[in-house]
Ligand binder design. Structure first.
Ligand code: GLU
Length: 488
């Protein structure tokens, strides 16, 4: 598809809670599309639902976008600050007959709906207060009733668009009644403008070329297209992205491990891995599974979005995160890990249960720890938890594992070898080859198998049976801490 510039997309969240993954994925697609085309990405906060909107939620949206790196070119615009503009447009439309006052009461509307249902018709407003019908029907403007403003929807024909994701969609205008675009207000004033109307005014004023949004809005699109046309503007391209489901095909929820983005950050996910995971929910580039945000931008197109619902898999997100961690240049990884350790240590309230209370000043350098552990866990959090033994003697932690393990696995057959190793380590040159030689010598000298030497050492050094190679561990921990931990 050839798009003539400028490409302008927007993300238009309602600040009514934390952004869920489906929302943020839509933002990612709109952002990637704008960036791919060197266009603009606009943020519009749709805060007209006063009961459900909050500043805290809007702040959270900004924070999450910043964390992911979805930079915005314009905005955030807040719809509540644009009310005068919407009212101005309603007034213009009233003035030139594209909209009209409707005095139908709720009771009358209900009665009409009941009648339509009884006749097996689709319930819809019948256009009775259209100026051309008032005289015909002999309607009298009721006293003391504040009218709403309705948009005069085209009577016949179809509204059609080529959805960039779903393909061609067509709706007959007879399916659409005259939309209320402003809530009740005395004649001469304009009531509160309604959602579908504000969206169109915004998309026109913000010169949006591509509306990329969740497919919950497909049903709004024909109404919006009619309003665009009534305002003399050709509608933008629409692309409705399918829902994100859990891996069991049910509605996505926390149960599937899908949390808010702030929890991803706290749990030690890298934003670039989250971007990668989100992009793969409904978009693909050949068989590429692991890619950077820059590659996403380079490759992104709307044609490769799948119209069927995507399934979220928490394990895959974690795996992807591990892959990004492994592929990152070591110095960058060290910087991120260090920052994470520092922030995690300071911030215990928000991350209950996290045990990283150790002092990273006292022990090996973070880069040595990073070299040792980087490939061993998929998130910064899991790595941080693992790193604890680098800074604290595991014997000081409340765990009976070490004692239980040693009483079972340390005995006359291997103990002399460990004692000998400890003695040798006191004097050996502290380099990996010399340390490795000591470990190897002990095995032949005492005729013990490798695991019978390595496993007890590993457990004493780290408090866990799953740990890196013993020579690497010893190197990282240093002579004093190592000798201190080998208690034979
Ligand atoms: N505020 C709407 C939502 O959060 C988005 C509207 C739009 O993108 O047109 O679902």
């Amino acid at each position: 598809m050839i798009h003539s510039p400028p490409i302008r997309t927007r993300f238009a969240p309602s600040p009514t809670g934390t952004l869920h993954l489906g929302n943020i994925r839509t933002a990612l697609f709109a952002w990637a599309f704008a960036r791919h085309h060197k266009g603009q990405f606009i943020l519009r906060i749709e805060d007209t639902d006063l009961e459900r909107s909050s500043d805290a939620s809007a702040d959270g949206i900004l924070r999450d976008m910043k964390w992911l790196g979805l930079d915005i070119d314009e905005g955030p615009f807040f719809q509540m600050q644009r009310m005068d503009r919407y009212r101005e447009v309603v007034a213009q439309m009233l003035a030139d007959g594209r909209a009209y006052h409707c005095y139908m009461s709720v009771e009358e509307l209900d009665a009409l709906r009941e009648k339509q249902k009884a006749n097996n018709e689709k319930p819809r407003y019948d256009g009775r207060w259209r100026p051309e019908n008032i005289a015909k029907l002999g309607l009298k403007i009721p006293a003391g009733v504040d009218p709403v403003v309705r948009f005069k929807n085209p009577d016949g024909g179809v509204v059609a668009w080529d959805d960039a994701v779903k393909g061609r969609i067509e709706i007959a205008n007879t399916e659409l009644d005259d939309l209320v675009i402003a809530r009740p207000a005395p004649v001469g004033q304009v009531g509160v403008p309604t959602y579908n109307f504000c969206v169109v005014v915004d998309d026109i004023d913000m010169q949006i070329s591509h509306v990329i949004r969740g497919d919950g809005h497909v049903m709004n699109t024909p109404r919006q297209i009619n309003i665009f046309r009534a305002m003399g503007v050709e509608p933008p391209v629409f692309g409705h992205t399918p829902t994100v489901l859990g891996n069991d095909g049910e509605k996505l929820s926390k149960r599937h491990g899908a949390t808010g983005l702030n929890e991803y950050a706290a749990n030690g996910f890298l934003p670039e891995a989250v971007i990668n995971g989100l992009a793969r929910l409904g978009w693909s580039h050949g068989n590429d599974e692991i890619f950077s945000p820059q590659q996403l931008v380079e490759w992104f197109n709307l044609e490769s979005l799948t119209p069927s619902p995507a399934r979220f898999d928490a394990d895959k997100f974690e795996w992807l995160n591990g892959e990004h961690i492994k592929r990152m240049p070591m110095d960058q990884f060290v910087a991120r890990f260090e920052r994470y350790l520092r922030e995690v240590k300071l911030d215990t309230g928000e991350r209950p249960g996290f045990a990283a209370q150790f002092d990273t000043e006292d022990g090996p350098s973070i880069s040595a720890v990073a070299e040792l552990l980087r490939d061993r866990a998929p998130t910064l959090r899991k790595l941080a938890e693992m790193a604890r033994y680098c800074f604290e003697n595991p014997a000081n932690q409340q765990s009976s594992f070490i004692d239980a393990y040693l009483s079972e696995h340390l005995n006359d057959s291997n103990k002399p070898a460990i004692v000998w190793i400890k003695n040798q380590l006191a004097d050996v040159e502290w380099t990996k080859p010399s340390i490795a030689a000591v470990l190897k010598d002990a095995q032949s000298r005492f005729n013990v198998k490798t695991p019978h030497v390595m496993m007890p050492l590993r457990v004493m050094l780290t408090g866990s049976a799953q740990a890196p190679a013993v020579d690497a561990l010893l190197m990282t921990l240093g002579r004093d801490a190592s000798l201190n931990r080998i208690t034979v």
